[in-house]
Design a binder for this molecule. Structure first.
Ligand SMILES: Nc1nc2c(ncn2[C@@H]2O[C@H](COP(=O)(O)OP(=O)(O)O)[C@@H](O)[C@H]2O)c(=O)[nH]1
Ligand SMILES: [Mg+2]
Length: 201
């Protein structure tokens, strides 16, 4: 089974995307498998709504380990199962909390073996300083993603003010990537994501 992973900065909307994408392709309840850095595996069953309430948050680093869903997508007359794995957000700095440092290392480890990488970028994060910074974590992920050739950027939060202007800026700093504008919160742009998933499962 192919594994697609969802990576990006903390708070970019990875968990919201993962759950609302599952809902978009017709899933009503999910079994979320949590895998910690020390390989402790637990599984919980949620309705999508309850999962969003419990697993999404505006506080940083709500997601500290790998959270996988097994989903299925219908392609013509066949149904294909795939794994969609949400991850601990990564940043430039070494975090003071060990659990989060380990979670970030787990994310990087998974990026190396996943079959496809969705890189979520929060459009509200695109400031002048960000654009001029040559060493953001997003640039690192972009360079690695291009090298892997199984990569797309999800430009998230298109529902916020100035999203259009910021999307133009984002396209200019990451010119070689496929960029899909989405609102994970409002489930916008997910048809294009589904087409991308269908090509890569
Ligand atoms: N306005 C807006 N807020 C969003 C969107 N996606 C996520 N959020 C909010 O951003 C915060 C972080 O979301 P979450 O999915 O937990 O981020 P993660 O740390 O990347 O997993 C939450 O308060 C979400 O409600 C979006 O498309 N639009
Ligand atoms: Mg999360």
């Amino acid at each position: 089974m192919r594994e697609l992973t969802v990576v990006g900065r903390p708070n970019s909307g990875k968990t919201m995307f993962t759950l609302n994408f599952a809902s978009y392709i017709g899933i009503k309840t999910v079994d979320v498998t949590f895998r910690t850095y020390d390989d402790l595996i637990t599984c919980r069953h949620f309705s999508i709504e309850d999962a969003k309430k419990e697993l999404c948050s505006s506080t940083m680093h709500k997601t500290k380990s790998l959270q996988s869903l097994i989903l299925k997508i219908t392609l013509g007359k066949t149904t294909v199962n795939f794994k969609l794995t949400d991850t601990c957000g990564i940043g430039e700095k070494i975090h003071q909390e060990e659990k989060i440092r380990r979670g970030m290392a787990q994310t990087i480890g998974l990026m190396r073996c996943a079959d496809f990488i969705f890189h979520v970028i929060d459009l509200s994060y695109i400031t002048k300083e960000y654009i001029n910074n040559p060493s953001t974590i997003d640039r690192e992920i972009y360079n690695y993603g291009l090298f892997r050739n199984s990569y797309a950027i999800l430009a998230n939060k298109v529902d916020i003010p100035f999203a259009k202007e910021n999307l133009t800026q984002l396209s200019s700093i990451f010119p070689k990537a496929t960029i899909i504008p989405i609102s994970a919160l409002l489930s916008e742009g997910l048809k294009e994501v589904k087409t991308c998933v269908a090509r890569n499962v």
